[in-house]
Write a protein that binds this ligand. Structure first.
Ligand SMILES: Nc1ncnc2c1ncn2[C@@H]1O[C@H](COP(=O)(O)OP(=O)(O)OP(=O)(O)O)[C@@H](O)[C@H]1O
Ligand SMILES: [Zn+2]
Length: 661
C-alpha cells in the first residue's frame, strides 16, 4: 500500500489520503497516527491505493501504525460504513464512536495483550427448570443458529426473560462463539451483571459502558475484538464493538429510549443490532414486557419470530393487582392519597417493602407566588426552575442554571411563596413525617450522583434493610426483590396528554415496568396508580396487563395517522440565539426538500417541544415518506444541499428515525 485512505473523527465528509513511508505496513483496518493540521490524530485505514488525487507536495506521511491493536476486520468496517450512510454522518465519526477513548489518544502506553480465549465453557447448569413458555422460546431462538434470525421475546414482567437469554447465550458459547448482551443502562441493574457473571463463572464476561474507567473500557474492547471475552454485557455503544466471532446479540428492554443516542451520531443501537445480525447471519433476540410498536409490528408481519412468556416464572407468583385511585375523590396530601398511605402502613406491619414511583426529582417542580402568580422560570429555557430544598437552590434541569431560593417574590416582593407539585425529595419528607420509624431510601439522579451510591441502596433493599423506596424511573426496570409487594405511582397523568405521538406508548411501558416490580415472588403484589382520570383506557390496559390489545390499538392509530412503523421519518432540528432565525432556516429547508422530491411529505416548521434551551431558540421540521428507499436518498441530497448553504448562525442536525418528535 503506497497511499493509505484513513477515516478520521473530524466533522468532515470523506476519508483522508496519507503517503505510506518505507518500512511501514498498514493494513486495511489498522489503527494509525497521522498528522492533521497542526496536530496529530488516531485514525483507521479503510482502504489503500497506489496513487492519490492529492498533489504530491500536499500529501503528508502516515506517522506510525499502532501495532498493539489488531486491525479492525472487514465485517466491522462494513457495519461502520452502513451506519455512516444510513445516519448520514462521516465514516470517521462512526469509527471514532466505536473506539474507546484511550485508543483515540495519540500518545498512550501500549495495551497489554488480553489472555487468549479460555477453554470452551457453557456456564453452570441453570438452577431452575424452564417453564413451558421459556422452553419454547429457547427452542425458537436455537432454531436460528447460524443464520439471520430475529426473535421478539415478549414476556410479562417477572416471566424469566433473563433465564431465556442466559440459555441462548450458553448455546452460542457451546458453538465456540461470542455473545453480545445489550441493556439500556447497566448501572441501574447491578443484579443483572451479577447474574450473568454468576452463571458463567469460568467464561470471560466483560462489561462495556461509559461509566468504566478508560483503562477498563480499552481492555473490554480489546477482549471482544480478539475473542478473549466470551460475553460482552454493554450499553448502546457496545453494539459498535468489534468481535472476533460474534454468534448472538440480545437486546434486553428493547423498547427503551436510551438505546437511541440523542446527539452526534444519532443511531439506534437496537436497529443497528438487528442490522449487524443480518450482516453477520446470526440470531438477534429483542426482549421486553412492552415491546416497541415497531418491533411488535415486525413480529406481526412475520419479519421477526415471536416468542411470548405469558406468566410469571417463580412458582406461586402471579401478576400484581393494579388499582386506580381516583384522586378527585381521595385528595392526596403532600402527594399521597389516604388509600396509598393505608396500603404502605399494611406493608410496614407485615414487614414487606413498598416502592413509590415519582417521576420528578427535586422537592417541587416549581415555586409559586400566591400574591401575584409569579412562578420560578429559567431565563434561558422554556422551563420552570425546580426547587431543591436540601441544597436551598432553584435549579433548571435542562441547562443546569442555579440560584438561591428567594425569600420574597422577585416580582411583587410578597412573602407567600409556595412550592407547587411533588418531587422525590418532597414525597420522601412526607413519608418520613407519616412513618417516622420506617427505613426510607430515595433513588434519583441527585441521590445517586456519587459512584456506587445506587448499588449501595439497592443492596440494602435486597438485604431487607429498606422499608420504603422512593424514586424516579431509575427504579422501574430490571430489579427483582421478593419482599417488594406494593408499588405506588404518583403524578403520571401528565404523560396522557403529550403532543408526541409516542407518548402513550412510553407511559404504558413505564407503568407496566414499574408495576412489574411488585409481587415477583410468592407474596401477591399490589399496584396503586393515583390519577384524576381513573377510566382512561391506558390505565385500564395497565390494570389488565394487556399488552396485546394496547399494542394492537396503538398500531391501528399509527396506521390511520400514517406514523411509524407505517411510514419513515427524518427530523431536521435547528436552533439559533436570534428569534425567528431557526424557523426561517427551516422554511428554506422545507422548500428545498419539496424541490428535491415530490414523493415525501414535508411538514411545516414548528417550535421544539422545549422551545428555548440554554439561550437557544429551537424549532424542528419533519419529513415523512412511505418507504426508506424514498426517504434515504432524499435525506442524503438534502443534507448535502444544507451543508452547501454554509449557514453560520443556525446550528442544525438531521435525525434519522427520530424517537421524539
Ligand atoms: N423457570 C423458572 N423457575 C423458577 N423461577 C424462575 C424461572 N425462570 C426465572 N425465574 C425467576 O423469576 C424471577 C424473574 O425472572 P427475570 O428477572 O428473568 O424476569 P424478567 O422477565 O427479566 O423480568 P422483568 O422484565 O420484570 O425484569 C427471577 O427471580 C428468576 O430467578
Ligand atoms: Zn435552563
Amino acid at each position: 500500500m503506497k497511499v493509505a485512505q484513513v477515516a478520521l473523527d473530524v466533522p468532515l465528509e470523506g476519508t483522508f489520503d496519507f503517503r505510506v513511508p518505507e518500512g511501514l505496513e498498514p493494513r486495511v483496518g489498522s489503527l494509525v497516527v497521522v498528522p492533521f493540521g497542526r496536530t496529530r490524530k488516531v485514525g483507521v485505514v479503510v482502504g489503500g491505493a497506489d496513487r492519490s488525487e492529492v498533489p504530491d507536495d500536499k500529501l503528508r506521511d502516515l506517522e506510525r501504525v499502532l501495532e498493539d491493536v489488531p486491525a479492525i476486520a472487514p465485517p466491522e468496517l462494513e457495519l461502520y460504513r452502513f451506519c455512516a450512510a444510513y445516519y448520514l454522518r462521516p465514516l470517521g465519526e462512526v469509527i471514532g464512536a466505536s473506539l474507546p477513548p484511550r485508543l483515540r489518544q495519540v500518545s498512550r502506553r501500549p495495551l497489554k495483550p488480553p489472555p487468549p480465549p479460555g477453554p470452551l465453557d457453557v456456564g453452570d447448569p441453570s438452577p431452575v427448570a424452564l417453564t413451558g413458555d421459556q422452553a419454547r422460546a429457547v427452542e425458537l431462538i436455537g432454531e436460528g443458529a447460524g443464520r439471520f434470525h430475529p426473535v421478539l421475546l415478549q414476556g410479562v414482567t417477572g416471566s424469566g426473560k433473563t433465564e431465556v437469554y442466559l440459555r441462548a447465550i450458553a448455546a452460542v458459547l457451546e458453538r465456540g462463539r461470542q455473545a453480545l448482551f445489550l441493556v439500556p443502562e447497566i448501572g441501574l441493574t447491578p443484579q443483572l451483571e451479577a447474574r450473568v457473571r454468576g452463571r458463567f463463572p469460568r467464561s470471560a464476561v466483560v462489561s462495556a459502558h461509559s461509566h468504566l474507567s478508560e483503562g477498563e473500557r480499552a481492555k473490554a474492547w480489546l477482549a471482544a475484538h480478539t475473542g478473549s471475552a466470551a460475553i460482552v454485557l454493554g450499553t448502546r455503544l457496545a453494539v459498535l464493538s468489534p468481535f472476533a466471532n460474534l454468534g448472538l446479540i440480545v437486546v434486553d428492554e428493547e423498547h427503551d429510549m436510551s438505546f437511541k443516542q440523542q446527539e452526534g451520531l444519532r443511531y439506534s443501537a437496537r436497529d443497528v443490532a438487528v442490522r449487524r445480525a443480518q450482516m453477520l447471519g446470526i440470531p438477534v433476540v429483542l426482549g421486553s414486557a412492552t415491546p416497541s410498536l415497531a418491533s411488535y409490528a415486525n413480529a406481526k408481519q412475520g419479519r421477526y419470530a415471536l416468542a411470548v412468556l405469558r406468566e410469571r416464572a417463580t412458582a406461586g407468583a402471579s401478576m400484581p393487582v393494579v388499582r386506580n385511585i381516583d384522586t378527585r375523590a381521595d385528595r392526596p396530601e403532600e402527594g399521597l392519597s389516604s388509600f396509598l398511605v393505608g396500603a404502605i402502613r399494611k406493608r410496614l406491619e407485615r414487614g414487606e417493602q413498598s416502592l413509590i414511583f415519582v417521576n420528578r426529582r427535586g422537592f417541587s417542580p416549581v415555586l409559586y407566588c400566591r400574591d401575584c402568580a409569579w412562578t420560578s422560570s429559567c431565563d434561558r429555557c422554556s422551563a420552570k426552575l425546580v426547587l431543591h430544598r436540601r441544597t436551598h437552590r432553584l435549579r433548571c434541569h435542562h441547562c443546569g442554571h442555579e440560584r438561591p431560593i428567594p425569600q420574597r417574590c422577585p416580582q411583587c416582593g410578597g412573602m407567600d411563596l409556595q412550592p407547587v407539585g411533588h418531587g422525590t425529595q418532597r414525597v420522601e419528607e412526607a413519608l418520613k413525617a407519616l412513618f417516622p420509624a420506617a427505613r426510607i431510601a430515595r433513588v434519583d439522579r441527585d441521590s445517586t450522583a456519587r459512584k456506587g451510591a445506587l448499588a449501595g441502596v439497592l443492596e440494602r433493599v435486597g438485604a431487607g434493610e429498606v422499608d420504603i423506596l422512593v424514586g424516579t424511573q431509575m427504579l422501574a426496570k430490571g430489579h427483582d426483590y421478593p419482599a417488594l409487594t406494593l408499588v405506588g405511582v404518583l403524578d403520571s397523568d401528565s404523560g396522557l396528554f403529550s403532543a408526541d405521538f409516542r407518548a402513550s406508548e412510553r407511559l404504558f411501558s413505564q407503568l407496566v415496568q414499574v408495576a412489574g416490580r411488585a409481587g415477583r415472588a410468592d407474596r401477591p403484589g399490589e399496584v396503586l396508580i393515583q390519577t384524576d382520570f381513573p377510566t382512561h383506557p391506558l390505565y385500564a390496559a395497565v390494570a389488565t396487563h394487556d399488552y396485546e390489545t394496547f399494542a394492537d390499538e396503538g398500531l391501528e392509530e399509527r396506521r390511520m395517522a400514517g406514523f411509524p412503523p407505517f411510514s419513515h421519518l427524518v427530523l431536521l432540528r435547528a436552533e439559533s440565539k436570534k428569534p425567528g432565525e431557526a424557523v426561517d432556516f427551516l422554511r428554506g429547508a422545507a422548500r428545498l426538500a419539496r424541490e428535491l422530491s415530490a414523493e415525501v411529505e414535508v411538514f411545516d416548521p414548528v417550535p421544539a417541544p422545549l422551545e428555548r434551551k440554554a439561550g437557544y431558540i429551537r424549532a424542528q421540521l419533519l419529513v415523512r415518506a412511505q418507504s426508506r428507499s424514498v426517504l434515504q436518498p432524499l435525506a442524503r441530497d438534502w443534507k448535502s444541499r444544507l451543508d452547501e448553504l454554509g449557514e453560520r448562525h443556525v446550528r442544525w442536525s438531521l435525525d434519522i428515525d427520530p424517537q421524539d418528535v
